[in-house]
Design a protein around this ligand. Structure first.
Ligand code: DX5
Ligand code: ZN
Length: 231
């Protein structure tokens, strides 16, 4: 089976209404998102504190697409089993969050999940040279992790290009996260990204009671990305 490198939109629920996460997830899935991006933050690795395994378990039943869990926590290893048990399809750890990345990635796969690794803006792609065969996804941060609504960091486009060539035809997604909008989507898609995370650009202007705007926002990002990649 060929690897599906088509453009996917993964709304980040960090920008959703946290008092109505189930309804918000149903809304974005009904409005055409491909994955649901779940931002876990510990107030230590990043200067913000969001949700943990208990909330992930609670929202799992509302997700019929892919539960894409982004762990911005340090250490991550002690919690991998809990996030797998909560129902994560993909668990992504930060390259910077621990000394034994190869072991962490093996542990994620041993738990039956897809393994992802995320790079902060200052981390070069070469840091992944010896773990490419341990990963199913590389998450390039195009903002400094911790908050939604930040400005896109243009230097990351070159990193995506370098990663794309390092990966070659390995079945590895390149996901980009932070400041993705119809304006920046073409830049990252043209450089080789196939999964686009967007929080404020999807949830902005809509609500789960009035979800049509979510669909418009998702379509605008997708179409902008598709316009930049060869058909
Ligand atoms: C930031 C998170 C991102 C963030 C994206 O640390 O990992 O997923 O929610 O939000 P926007 O799309 O608004 O930059
Ligand atoms: Zn994220």
């Amino acid at each position: 089976m060929t690897f599906d490198r088509s453009i996917k939109i993964a709304p980040s629920i960090l920008s959703a209404d946290f008092a109505n996460l189930g309804a918000e997830i149903a809304a974005i899935e009904n409005q055409g998102c491909d994955w649901v991006h779940v931002d876990v933050m510990d107030g230590h690795f990043v200067p913000n504190l969001t949700i943990g395994p208990v909330v992930c378990k609670a929202i799992r039943k509302h997700i019929s697409t892919i539960m894409d869990v982004h762990l911005m926590i340090q250490p991550a290893d002690p919690f991998l089993a809990e996030f797998a048990a909560a129902g994560a399809d993909i668990i992504t750890v930060h390259e910077e969050a621990g000394p034994h990345l190869d072991r962490s990635l093996q542990a994620i796969r041993d738990l039956g999940c897809k393994a992802g690794v995320s790079l902060n803006p200052s981390t070069p792609p070469e840091r992944l040279e010896y773990v490419l065969d341990r990963v199913d996804l590389v998450l390039v941060m195009s903002v400094n992790p911790g908050f939604g609504g930040q400005a896109f960091i243009p230097s990351q486009v070159d990193k995506i290009r370098k990663l794309r060539s390092m990966i070659g035809d390995r079945p590895i997604h390149i996901e980009v996260d932070g400041g993705i909008s119809p304006k920046t989507a073409p830049l990252v898609a043209a450089a080789g990204a196939d999964v686009l995370v967007a929080g404020s650009a999807v949830f902005g202007g809509g609500s789960f009671e009035k979800p049509a705007r979510y669909g418009e926002n998702i379509r605008a990002i997708r179409e902008a990305a598709l316009g930049a990649v060869p058909a």
